[in-house]
Ligand binder design. Sequence first.
Ligand SMILES: [Zn+2]
Length: 84
Amino acid sequence: MIMCKQVAKALSRERYYEMPWHRRIPMFVHIRLCVMCGKYHQQVVDFQKGFRGFLEQEGKGELDAGMHLSPEARKRMKDQLETP
Ligand SMILES: [Zn+2]
């Protein structure tokens, strides 16, 4: 069984979702069972997962909607991009 300290250290250094499964599983079990740090680290893991979702969306360009460009500016940009 891994210790609370090891979980805290690992989560502060690396992202939970980037860890290999053989490290993630004991960590997951600890977070689920530990009354000392489980609740806190569950929040850390949830936050990191949410962050990954944000990065994935950004990668797809779905955050583009937040950009304030007028339709004319958009069209000009599009025309420029399409001109060989
Ligand atoms: Zn713990």
